[in-house]
Design a binder for this molecule. Structure first.
Ligand code: 6PG
Length: 255
């Protein structure tokens, strides 16, 4: 079965340059933020890690630090490396340095993954409790986060849901400690049902090294175990792929 069903529920925006991509992403964050605050009085936002979103965070900090009432914005993470928040590899540290330290967001609104815990499973359970308390969930219920930002690796992974890893099967938890053999480490990641419960999911994909995987994810046969990004299909929510020309270079032209 071809994965084209993906397209009917998905918006793919092609941007000429990485800068255009970050500008489009910033506008989407601010649009969903304003709409969420107007409709529900708050904006819940899960940040992605890796290198791609750093430019987006810097753009928002530089040009939009007064575009949202940050006291009504609540920050979460899609995943974290199994390191302390001071570590150079920390997704929290990257977001803190490029965005959070530059906007007037109350520290109580920032819910980072406690990845300094040497026990990755304990860190995942702790973050799950944090999410369950914040969203006042009933047992078995998944929260609806207003916007989840995601990236995609050259292997088609997203958050820390890597090809062939155990967390891909997890349909009951909000957060998983996922052993990633090829990185020889645990990662702490939101699970697929958690991602697919979101109101909005926005992928940021930049660079030629992502082109082959992006083609497989968006136009290839159904192969979610091999290309986990293909498994991100919000049940009720909106899915937007923001891709620059280099990353989209193998996609069918101009759809
Ligand atoms: C992480 C991310 C991961 C990232 C992709 C793309 O912790 O690394 O959450 O899913 O989005 O690996 O990374 P780049 O943006 O660095 O290419």
């Amino acid at each position: 079965m071809k994965a084209n069903i993906l397209r009917s529920k998905t918006e793919i925006r092609r941007l000429a340059t990485p800068q255009d991509l970050f500008q489009a992403a910033a506008e989407e964050v601010l649009r969903v933020g304003a709409e969420s605050i107007q409709q529900r009085g708050r904006f819940t936002l899960a940040l992605s890690g890796g290198s791609t979103p750093k430019s987006l965070y810097r753009l928002i900090a530089a040009n939009a630090h007064d575009r949202l009432p940050w006291s009504k914005v609540f920050f979460f993470w899609g995943d974290e490396r199994h390191v302390p928040p001071t570590d150079a590899e920390s997704n929290y540290r990257m977001a803190s340095e490029s965005l959070l330290s530059k906007i007037p967001v109350p520290p109580a609104n920032v819910f980072r993954i406690p990845a300094e815990d040497p026990d990755a499973e304990a860190a995942a359970r702790s973050y799950e409790r944090t999410l369950r308390e914040f969203f006042a969930l009933q047992p078995g219920e998944f929260p609806v986060i207003d916007l989840i930002l995601l990236g995609m690796g050259p292997d088609g992974h997203t958050a820390s849901l890597f090809p062939g890893t155990d967390a891909l099967q997890d349909q009951s938890h909000l957060v998983a400690a996922n052993w990633v053999e090829k990185l020889d480490t645990f990662r702490i990641t939101l699970t697929l049902p958690m991602l697919n419960a979101a109101r909005n999911v926005v992928f940021l994909v930049s660079g030629a090294d992502k082109a082959a995987a992006l083609h497989e994810v968006l136009e290839g046969p159904a192969a979610g175990k091999q290309y986990p990004s293909q498994l991100v299909r919000p049940i009720q929510g909106k899915l937007i792929w923001l891709v620059d020309r280099a990353a989209g270079s193998v996609l069918t032209p101009g759809e």
